[in-house]
Design a protein around this ligand. Sequence first.
Ligand SMILES: NC(=O)c1ccc[n+]([C@@H]2O[C@H](COP(=O)([O-])OP(=O)(O)OC[C@H]3O[C@@H](n4cnc5c(N)ncnc54)[C@H](OP(=O)(O)O)[C@@H]3O)[C@@H](O)[C@H]2O)c1
Length: 270
Amino acid sequence: MSQPTLGFLGAGKMATALARGFLKAGLAAPGSLVASDPFPAARDAFAAATGGRIVESNPAVAADADVLFVAVKPDQVGAVLSGLRPHLHPARHLVISIAAGVPLSRLEAEAPGIRCIRVMPNTPALVGASASAYACGAGVTAADAELAERLFGSVGIALPVKESLLDAVTGLSGSGPAYGFLMIEALADGGVAAGLPREVAQKLAAQTLLGAAAMVLETGQHPGALKDAVCSPGGTTIEAMHVLERGGVRGSLISAVRAAAEKAKNLGRS
Ligand SMILES: NC(=O)c1ccc[n+]([C@@H]2O[C@H](COP(=O)([O-])OP(=O)(O)OC[C@H]3O[C@@H](n4cnc5c(N)ncnc54)[C@H](OP(=O)(O)O)[C@@H]3O)[C@@H](O)[C@H]2O)c1
């Protein structure tokens, strides 16, 4: 499959963000994108953002596409796949589900004999900066996994994990954008309290977190070492560090990720 046709079952926010990323990265052309969605506004937005074709039904997507992205809400996945069953062909189709909490065993039960990959992306896919992890089901080939990694890598990074770790991924990177937004808001509040105009404070806060993240990713250095390098003896930063440690920020973040991972595990059971 050099450039497979990509089909989207559900043309909502994530489907549109992913399709745009694939186009931008040159992994798809508008003519190789097809989607269906019962919601007219979603169909229009997908078509306007990607130039992809909208078809009337999910079976029509399966008729046109090799890779099928399941991009509906988790409670709609069963109905979508079972309705599609007669139209799925093991030799042709690869199913990639981004539905949170829906296990591979469920996908494989609804689409027997079809190769399935489960991906947990996050919302920064909307701006090409997603952190995704994926797990492969039975019969998935190295080429399938490589394709998934290339596709999701085009809107950020994509890392393979064991399926049992996807709840931990949900707790860290799935929910993580919210942790970042909270930190940006709080840092901006601090800037305002110290006298900065709100707009300036918010931009500085967001760019500072972006810069810190880029340094970790680009240098590969331990974040603790990078932190130490900013803390000059008797300086301002170590003073702030003491306040953060006294406030239990480190422990709160660890507990937040664990709580979200636990919640994801329980949702997957229900
Ligand atoms: N957004 C995120 O941050 C995020 C992150 C990771 C994973 N995900 C996962 O991505 C999936 C999609 O999320 P989203 O935010 O893109 O949701 P969304 O914007 O609501 O998109 C889902 C779309 O699928 C449509 N749909 C419903 N039933 C359908 C059917 N039978 N056939 C075809 N289309 C159907 C929905 O239409 P109606 O509105 O008419 O129902 C909606 O337009 C979810 O499973 C979510 O867990 C999302």
